[in-house]
Design a protein around this ligand. Structure first.
Ligand code: NAD
Length: 321
């Protein structure tokens, strides 16, 4: 019988699918240092994790019974994938399930920042009762997204979803991706209606120069040189708004603070940070910043889709054996 451990939990939809498929599923959190022994003692064939559990080279070496490793989510940095594959273990993840949630968070940051919600939510509890009129005047020059240009950097699953939502809001959309060029056709799906539209993939410098707002969705970044630092900020329009929900380090944080302080960047929305889970307090304290603690994929709907996508991949894997 197939025995599966979900060490960081699994959404009830995924749990139901795996149990219905006839597998023995154990949803329990074993401590990192006890994990290898528990996997061996319980004869687990598959281990499913979210981001908390690390599947290291040592665990893989100690547990020859593992056939499949599953990551509920996109990034698989917490699994030593190359070592697992060397040992003949299949590794699956759920790259499609969270695009909509991340894209919606981008617009939560953008719409919020355009109307100063990030600052207003900080200031109103402090002095909303005594300085209402001052705050009203400070936050009165909001802007609309409609008819503005959004530049999307990284045109994969999430970048495309952001493009669809931006188009639906009446924005002009341009994109840059190191793997695409030219015109791209997309479709916006609203209820039963399908609305085709097209956009241009342009060069990186052109995107930086043209965009009123920039949203970053590249899949690389960790350990690489920042994609956006002083030189790139210099090319941007004065007063640009920038959102990063991709990976910490893609924007150089000290150059970003400098660009915010000199007015080049009007505001920034960040869900990811260079030094997670202990981001720079200096950065977090910037008044023109809207911040979330890496919650892009963390909606109830995305977690359900992630659980379902993962369970289907597990079932497909064991059915093919
Ligand atoms: P994807 O692989 O579908 O698309 C990424 C695109 O970026 C690809 O088309 C690739 O060609 C392009 N790209 C990569 N490096 C580039 C570079 N240096 N310059 C230009 N283009 C580049 O990925 P996705 O599913 O759309 O995810 C995008 C990012 O969002 C990833 O970094 C992922 O880890 C992150 N993410 C964050 C959250 C969150 O909670 N904030 C949730 C899910 C995904």
């Amino acid at each position: 019988m197939v025995k599966i451990l979900a060490n960081d939990g699994i959404d009830p939809i995924g749990e139901k699918l795996l149990v219905q498929a006839g597998y023995q599923l154990v949803v329990k959190n074993f401590a990192q240092d006890a994990l290898a022994d528990e996997i061996n003692q319980n004869n687990f064939n598959a281990v499913l994790v979210r981001s908390a559990t690390k599947i290291t080279k040592e665990i893989i070496d100690k547990c020859p019974g593992i056939k499949l490793l599953g990551r509920a989510g996109v990034g698989i940095d917490n699994i030593d994938v190359s070592h697992a594959e060397k040992k003949g273990i299949t590794v699956v993840n759920t790259p499609n399930a969270s695009s909509r949630s991340v894209a919606e968070l981008v617009f939560a940051h953008l719409l919020g920042m355009c109307r100063f919600l990030h600052e207003s939510n900080r200031e109103m509890p402090l002095s909303g009762d005594t300085h209402f009129k001052d705050l009203k005047s400070a936050f009165s020059k909001g802007i609309e997204l409609k008819d503005k240009t959004i530049g999307i950097i990284g045109f994969g699953r999430i970048g495309k979803e952001v493009a669809r939502m931006a188009y639906a809001l009446g924005m002009h959309v341009v994109a840059y991706d190191r793997h695409f060029k030219g015109k791209v056709d997309l479709e916006l799906s609203i209820h039963k209606h399908k609305i085709p539209f097209a956009l241009e993939i342009i060069s990186f410098p052109e995107l930086l120069q043209k965009s009123d707002f920039i949203s970053i969705h590249i899949s690389t970044g960790k350990g690489e040189k920042s994609l956006i630092s002083e030189k790139e900020f210099a090319l941007m329009k004065k007063g640009v708004g920038i959102v990063n929900t991709s990976r910490g380090g893609v924007i150089d944080e000290s150059d970003l603070m400098h660009a915010m302080n000199n007015g080049k960047v009007k505001f920034a929305g960040l869900d990811v940070f260079e030094n997670e889970p202990e981001p720079s307090m200096k950065l977090l304290m910037q008044p023109t910043i809207s911040v979330t603690p890496h919650i892009g994929a963390s909606t109830i709907e995305a977690q359900a889709r992630i659980g379902e996508e993962l369970a289907k991949k597990v079932i497909e894997f064991f059915n093919s054996k």
